[in-house]
Ligand binder design. Structure first.
Ligand code: PGA
Length: 253
């Protein structure tokens, strides 16, 4: 049974009180669902989430970024080994908001993935084109360049990563790639990973960008879409649970 992976990206949202209600609501809906899920929360909440998620295997904690460095004079940064101490199992690297607002480059994203892997945390490597790049016909070139940097730096460990294809124009906009558009890019990424690793079939390829309870089924049943990276809809218990229920239905026997 191939389980789908559904990851919530809370971005800079939440509070101690609302997080607790959200996590408890999601946990209450989990039994019976055949899905693996994670929530990538702001770092300030890891300690409280560690308590809320203690003993849970179906829902684990993730981070939204990690430092390229292991330790030392890097004010404001958080290392992979620190994340691990709080039970963090996944970390998003190279989200388009980090690339855009913090100027993160492909080579830096690749090193962040490497730091995560060496700490035993699964990096969720985000790739995706802007609207201008899509309109210029450069989608494949852009996502392949972004992924190539991570493959180059991480070599034989590449089968341990998760990849999220997130078209920048679809993030938080309500515009979603059509299932065919998403599948086409996922297929390209899968071929690229296969050329790099004989174990590429086990790499989860997530789609992200305005995935919601309504469009999830058509996206998640595409052959190369192994799950979703969910922003806005992960902040509402019924919406997140509905996506997880859909993912559970799509688990391949
Ligand atoms: P969205 O965000 O679902 O709100 O579009 C997805 C993401 O940025 O990971």
């Amino acid at each position: 049974m191939k389980q789908k992976l559904i990851v919530g990206n809370w971005k800079m949202n939440g509070s101690l009180a609302t997080n607790q209600a959200l996590v408890q609501g999601v946990l209450a809906g989990l039994p019976g669902l055949n899905v693996h899920a994670a929530i990538c929360a702001p770092a300030a909440y890891f300690a409280s989430l560690q308590i809320l998620l203690q003993g849970q295997t179906g829902l684990v904690c993730g981070a939204q970024d990690v430092s390229m460095h292991e330790t030392g004079a890097y004010t404001g940064e958080i290392s992979a080994s620190m994340l691990l101490e709080f039970g963090v199992r996944y970390v998003i690297v190279g989200h388009s908001e980090r690339r855009l607002y913090h100027g993160e480059l492909d080579a830096q994203v690749a090193i962040k993935a490497q730091r995560a892997l060496s700490a035993g945390i699964t990096p969720i490597v985000c790739v995706g084109e802007t609207l201008a790049e899509r309109q210029a016909g450069c989608t494949e070139e852009v996502v392949k360049r972004q992924l190539a940097a991570v493959i180059h730096t991480n070599g034989h460990c590449i089968s341990e990563i998760v990849v999220a294809y997130e078209p920048v124009w679809a993030i938080g906009t309500g515009l979603t790639a059509t299932p065919e558009q998403a599948q086409q890019v996922h297929h390209v990424l899968r071929q690229q990973l296969k050329a790099a690793s004989p174990r590429a079939d086990r790499i989860a390829l997530l789609y992200g960008g305005s995935m919601n309870a309504v469009n999830a089924l058509d996206l998640l049943r595409q052959p190369d879409i192994d799950g979703g990276l969910i922003g806005g809809a992960a902040l509402k218990v019924p919406d997140f649970l509905a996506i997880m229920a859909t993912a559970s239905q799509c688990a391949i026997a």
